[in-house]
Design a protein around this ligand. Sequence first.
Ligand code: ZN
Length: 247
Amino acid sequence: MNKGLLRLFSLLVLCAMLGGYVTCADEEMPEIIYIDLGIIPPNMNVHSYLVEVDDGYIIFDAGYDLNVMEKALLEKEISPLDIQYVLLTHSDYDHVASLPLFANAQIFMSEDEMQMVNGTTKRTVEGIGLSLNLLPDDVNLDEISLLHNGQLLEFGEHIIECIKVPGHTPGSMAYVLDDKYLFTGDAFAVENDTMAIHPYTSDIKAAVNSITKLRDLKNESELVLTAHYRSYSPKDLKYDAMIKLQK
Ligand SMILES: [Zn+2]
């Protein structure tokens, strides 16, 4: 493991220690298939979410390990080749590693995240540069569809609104599915059921603004779906105005 990866790993460990994990129940979200990708050390749950569309699926985020993802999908009797659309919340390794599995899919990501994967901008935490967030080799960057804030995607009967939530990374993106489900990726951590600044954040000020934006969005949603914590109904996920003082 090179130095950059080692530092990234250490920060993810720290993130996990702050968060803990709880898996979410399928019955909370009947239209959404919950893909449990297990736990990465020491104690961070990772998951993706699928939504059926036309003859296949949309997937939100692509996990930390290709084999783990393949096994988790097969357990649900889903072939990776049936994934039609991949919506990335950002480009950290635990959200992109399985992309090569989805050979038939169109990949979407924020236009502001391209700098993280094309060698332009290093991953930073509070201004300190770490490694580049390179995508798996088989992914052709030219074929990634880049999204802007407020863009609407129409997949079959589903409509997805793309919301820029920079902070964790410059191009972090949240998605609202059918005005009901809010997918937040790592735009915030959760501590004591309260939205908090992720410990591995590029830009704290931007993250605070994004969390405030997400607070308003969550109150208009039916369910908030995070990448490493459980899913929350809006009333169960608190917002603390003192969040700026937290780290
Ligand atoms: Zn993550």
